[in-house]
Design a protein around this ligand. Structure first.
Ligand code: PRT
Ligand code: ZN
Length: 289
């Protein structure tokens, strides 16, 4: 029991699927039944706690779970002092000020004396105070976008991703004031502790990083006239030398290497231009540096 890492994950919502996918891509097997609260992995010492995202920071603070995956916005709004172990870079969104189309908005100072509806009063007021804006928060837990129409707020401060919800409610995104993505959090000091649980977390993070590293890389394999090897190595560049295998026909070589996705097409074209043939490209599942 002691030596199981407990991870709190959103039960059902925007973070759930991707959070589980990250763990599953680490080769960790488990059942997912949305009706259960707890679930143990079958081949790794980890236990899942499926809860509402709002509760995740509290569970970590109280030690109910060791780590959790939550939106940075929920974490910051909780105001708890916890460690951010890793930015998982999904569920990206922003917290924006949005105003009715007829609102004369110039900058944040246009909000002086106004009522702003939000579910994130902590984050919003901190930022407004830093900018010297004196506005009144109207705290609502949902349907923030309808508050100007019903007359309880002059503007809103809400999570935006595509902006469709704002448009559908006759609002205009005036200014993004904060950016969020899903993060992994832990109790303060947990990641520095000498404990079996932290050892499990280290193993988990190594696996997550191996998957991340592989995601932006392609494995490339091609045949090349032997005299072009130096040129090919220059084109591929930026890494340890490629693996080179002689072919039966001594004037040709088989070359293998790893190329980052953003450079892939230019590398591909340049290799073709120097006479590379039979270029094979493969996705990499996992990788270490
Ligand atoms: O039930 P539970 O409390 O667990 O879930 P929840 O309903 O509180 O959260 P959920 O699942 O909606 O979101 C979880 C986290 O996803 C949030 O805390 C954010 O960190 C992140 N996230 C990313 C978003 C969005 N994108 C998002 N678009 N959270 C909410 N929205 C909402 C927003 O509130 C607005 O109503 O989507 C609407 C705007 O979307 P667009 O695309 O129309 O701009
Ligand atoms: Zn929630």
């Amino acid at each position: 029991m002691e030596d199981v890492l407990r991870i709190a994950i959103q039960k059902s919502g925007r973070l759930s699927e991707k959070s589980l996918e990250i763990i599953r891509n680490c080769g960790i097997d488990f059942q997912t039944d949305s009706r259960v609260l707890k679930e143990k992995a079958s081949n790794f010492p980890i236990e899942f706690l499926f809860v509402r995202d709002d509760d995740i920071p509290t569970y970590i603070k109280d030690g109910v779970a060791d780590i959790g995956i939550v939106g940075r916005n929920e974490f910051d709004e909780s105001g708890y002092y916890l460690d951010v172990v890793k930015d998982l870079k999904f569920a990206k969104c922003r917290l924006s000020i949005a105003v009715p189309n007829d609102f004369q908005y110039e900058d944040l100072s246009s909000l002086n004396g106004k009522r702003i509806a939000t579910s994130y009063p902590g984050i919003m007021m901190k930022i407004l105070r830093e900018k010297g804006v004196d506005a009144t928060p109207v705290v609502v837990s949902g349907s923030v976008e309808i508050t100007p129409q019903v007359g309880i707020a002059d503007a809103i401060c809400d999570i935006v991703s595509t902006g469709t919800t704002l448009k559908m409610n006759g609002l205009r995104e005036a200014e993004a004031i904060y950016y969020s993505s899903a993060i992994m959090i832990a109790r303060p000091g947990f990641t520095n502790s000498v404990s079996k649980k932290n050892g499990i977390l280290t193993r988990l993070l190594e696996r997550i990083e191996a998957v991340e590293l592989a995601k932006n890389k392609k494995y490339i394999l091609f045949n090349l006239p032997a005299e072009k090897l130096d040129e090919a190595a220059r084109i591929i560049g930026g890494m340890k030398s490629p693996t080179v295998t002689p072919l039966m026909d001594k004037s040709w070589l088989s070359v293998q290497s790893v190329v980052s996705e953003d450079r892939f097409w230019s590398v591909f074209e340049d290799l073709k231009a120097i006479g590379a043939e039979g270029i094979l490209v493969m996705n990499i599942e996992k990788m270490t540096e």
